[in-house]
Design a protein around this ligand. Sequence first.
Ligand code: 9YW
Length: 420
Amino acid sequence: MTKHLDEAYRILAANDRGGYTVPTDRLYPFQWNWDSAFVAMGFSTYDVDRAYRELERLIEGQWADGMIPHIIFHQPSDTYFPGPDVWRTSHTIPTSGITQPPVFGMALRAVHEAAEKAGTDGATARTLALLRAALKWHRWWYTARDPEGTGLVALLHPWESGSDNSPAWDLALAQVPTTTDTPVVRKDTGHVDASMRPRDEDYRRFIHLVDAYASCGWDPVKQWEKAPFKVAEVQTTAILLKTGEDLEYLARTLELESEAEELAGYNARTRNALLGQWRSSLSRFVSRDLISGQDIDAPTQAGFLPLLGLDLDPNMSTAAAAEMKLWSEGMKVPFPTTKPSISVWEPKRYWRGPAWAVINWLLIDGLIRNGQPDMAQSLRASTIGAIESEGFAEYFDPTTGEGCGGLGFSWTAAAYLWMA
Ligand code: 9YW
């Protein structure tokens, strides 16, 4: 184990670009939002100052309206597409124009607690500044991405989910044209085998959406009206709820009572809304396509993520854990991000089947919260085992355990530090 811990520390040091961490060299040469939140939790296990720094560098990219973008382009690099010239946003430090799952609040609580434990100087002031940024982003989610106050937040681009080419988007994305005003010059397939990546057609649709929102001047109200893709999504909403709980806890700890009450209000609304997305016939939760008005019942990991932020009735949590066990049968490394028995399942293609350490991390937390320690323990053991035998890969083929995608991956290192 010491050998692997040392390797995890080495990877995070190698991917440091000056207070922020790139997900991996070359393939992803900038700061990614939810990657950095996981990485900050990894750092909090041994270097609290560096953990704070990771989050502080991320909020350098925060927009005036509160959004924290999914990529912060701190320094130029020509090894990634689409770069700042395609996003055409106007923030001082170049950024993308969309966001990513708000793991930030979970990370902030973890870092704050680690600082308290270590008696770190200046921790309260650093937590407070980050809490204010997190609150602004939280309000942005509820105004820009849930203008009707339903309690579920919507994504306007599959990249915002962090699960780019998940089968969950197939039907909604099929309605998005493949035409683009921007030449699609992919770089990812020069770093990683194309058979493991999203398809060209997916990329053309991803870029069509970028063009559409750039032509709205990135104004959230205009984007909401014009969006060709709009999904009220349970994985992101569950993460938002867990982050909302952690921010509420921090606000109370720092005696920000009115902010704590505001957060409690959001949390209550979202808790009810998420519960309404449970489908007992499927033993999981479903997202909703706000354009077609239909449930999205494609079987993906997202259906189990609400365990992270909810305290389910034991019948529901037992049913969800049993369903997860069924998907895991015959898998060397669960948890498959798509149900293995369905026709679109591809065990090596990015979010269409593989197992990801950070998804397992969130699922484990949700299972523990909901009284399912056996399933949690088996996911933890298989995640650690996969990393120890295959290295710190971006993700794993669940059938063979083979490490796939980019190597020396920061969030896999962070997950190992957190779990081991
Ligand atoms: C992209 C960095 C990111 C992750 C996403 C993952 C992938 C592709 O890599 O995105 O071009 O942004 O899908 O979850 O944050 O690791």
